[in-house]
Design a protein around this ligand. Structure first.
Ligand code: COA
Length: 332
C-alpha cells in the first residue's frame, strides 16, 4: 500500500474588528488593566458584533489558507472544525463552513477538544492523508466566547481571559522533506470539572432551568490555580515527548507556537525547558485566549512576520479543558 506524508500548505486567520480593551472591561466589572496584564499578559481581545458567528469567521480564515496554499476550494476533500463554542447545538458548525465556501459534498467533522482542538484536528488530517484516503484537508479552530461570558464582577476571573477568532490550515500531501513529523495527543478526564461549562446539559431534564442560570451554570468556570499548575507541567512534558520521538535537541527547534492561554504559563514553560524567548511566539496580548483558534492564529502571525520560514522545525504545544494536552512537530 502506498503511504504518504502530510504538510501544512497554507495558514489563514481572522479576528473580528471590535477591540475590547482591559479598560473597557474595567467599566463593566471590578477589574483593572494592571491586574489583567500582570496575571495573564492580555491587553485587549476581539469580540464579535451581533450576527457574526464561528462559521463566518472560519470561512474567512479558510479563504486565506487556500489562497496561501494556492489550492482551489473545489480541491478540498475534507474539513475538520475544532471548537468549544459551536454556532448551534446541532448540526456541527463544519457544515456551515462547507456551505459558505461551496466546498461540495465533502465530509465535515466537528471535534471538541477545546484549547487542544487544533492539534487533535491536525493529527486526524495527518492520519487521513498518510493513508491516501484524502488529499487536501482544512483544519479549523474557530471560537465565539464573547456571547457566553459572564460580563460582570462575578465572572471576572474567566471573562477577562477569552477572545473570539478563527484560524485555519490547509493540510495536504508532502512532496519533499517539509512535513508533519509527529503528533502526540493526551487526555485525562479525572479533573474535567476544573474547567467547564455545566449547562445546558442533555443529562438534565430540562437541560437548563432558571435556578441553573441564577447559579451561573451556563457560564464557564475554572479553578484557575489548578489549571495553571497542570498547564505548566503537561506542556513541557508533551514538548519533550515530541523531541524524543524525533531525536531533536532544543537547539534543533526553530520556533515553538504554544496555545495562548496565559503569557505567564508560556513564559514559565519556556523557562522550565530552557527555551530562549526568541524561539517562542506569543500574541495573547492582542487576542486573549481564543481556545481552538489560538494556535493557528499565532502560527499565522509568526509566518507573516517572517519568524517561521519553509524548512523550519516548528513545535506546536497545547493544554486545555478535558483535560487535554498535545503537541505537533513539523518541518514547515
Ligand atoms: N480582576 C481583578 N481581580 C480578580 C480578577 C479580575 N479579573 N479575577 C479574579 N480576581 C481576584 C480574585 O477574586 C482573588 O481575590 P481574593 O484574593 O480577594 O479572593 C484574587 O484576584 C486572586 O485570584 P486568584 O484566582 O487566586 O488569581 P491567580 O493568581 O490564580 O490568577 C488566573 C488567576 C486565572 C489568571 C490564573 O489562575 C490562571 O491563569 N490560570 C490558568 C488559566 C488558563 O490558562 N485557563 C485556560 C486554560 S486552557
Amino acid at each position: 500500500m502506498t503511504t504518504y506524508r502530510s504538510r501544512i500548505l497554507g495558514v489563514g486567520a481572522y479576528v473580528p474588528p471590535r477591540v475590547v480593551t482591559n479598560h473597557d472591561l474595567s467599566k463593566v466589572m471590578e477589574t483593572t488593566h494592571e491586574w489583567i496584564v500582570e496575571r495573564s499578559g492580555i491587553e485587549e481581545r476581539r469580540w464579535v458584533d451581533p450576527g457574526e458567528g464561528g462559521a463566518e469567521m472560519a470561512a474567512k480564515a479558510c479563504t486565506e489558507a487556500l489562497e496561501k496554499a494556492g489550492v482551489a476550494a473545489k480541491d478540498v476533500d475534507m474539513l475538520i472544525y475544532a471548537t468549544l463554542s459551536p454556532d448551534v447545538t446541532f448540526p456541527g458548525t463544519g457544515v456551515f463552513v462547507q456551505r459558505l465556501l461551496k466546498l461540495g459534498e465533502i465530509p465535515c467533522y466537528d471535534i471538541r477538544q477545546q484549547c487542544t482542538g487544533f492539534i487533535y484536528g491536525l493529527a486526524m488530517a495527518d492520519a487521513f492523508i498518510r493513508t491516501g484516503q484524502y488529499k487536501n484537508i482544512l483544519v479549523i479552530g474557530s471560537e465565539v466566547h464573547s456571547t457566553g461570558l459572564d460580563v460582570s464582577t462575578r465572572g471576572r476571573d474567566v471573562t477577562v481571559l477569552f477572545g473570539d477568532g478563527a484560524g485555519a490550515a490547509l493540510v495536504g500531501r508532502a512532496t519533499d522533506e517539509n512535513m508533519i513529523l509527529s503528533t502526540h495527543l493526551h487526555a485525562d478526564g479525572t479533573e474535567a470539572e476544573i474547567l467547564w461549562t455545566e449547562s445546558p446539559a442533555s443529562r438534565n431534564h430540562p437541560r437548563i432551568t432558571a435556578e441553573d442560570m441564577e447559579a451561573a451554570k451556563h457560564y464557564p468556570h475554572m479553578v484557575g490555580k489548578k489549571v495553571f499548575k497542570q498547564a505548566v507541567t503537561r506542556m513541557p512534558m508533551v514538548l519533550m515527548e515530541g523531541m524524543v520521538t524525533n531525536g531533536l535537541k532544543l537547539d534543533d527547534i526553530d520556533m515553538v507556537i504554544p496555545h495562548q492561554a496565559n503569557l505567564r504559563i508560556n513564559q514559565m514553560v519556556a523557562k522550565l525547558i530552557g527555551l530562549p524567548e526568541a524561539k517562542m511566539h506569543n500574541n495573547i496580548q492582542k487576542y486573549g485566549n481564543t481556545t481552538a483558534a489560538s494556535i493557528p492564529i499565532c502560527l499565522h502571525e509568526a509566518i507573516e512576520l517572517g519568524k517561521i520560514e519553509r524548512g523550519d522545525t516548528v513545535a506546536l504545544i497545547a493544554f486545555g479543558a478535558g483535560l487535554t494536552w498535545a503537541s505537533a512537530f513539523l518541518r514547515y
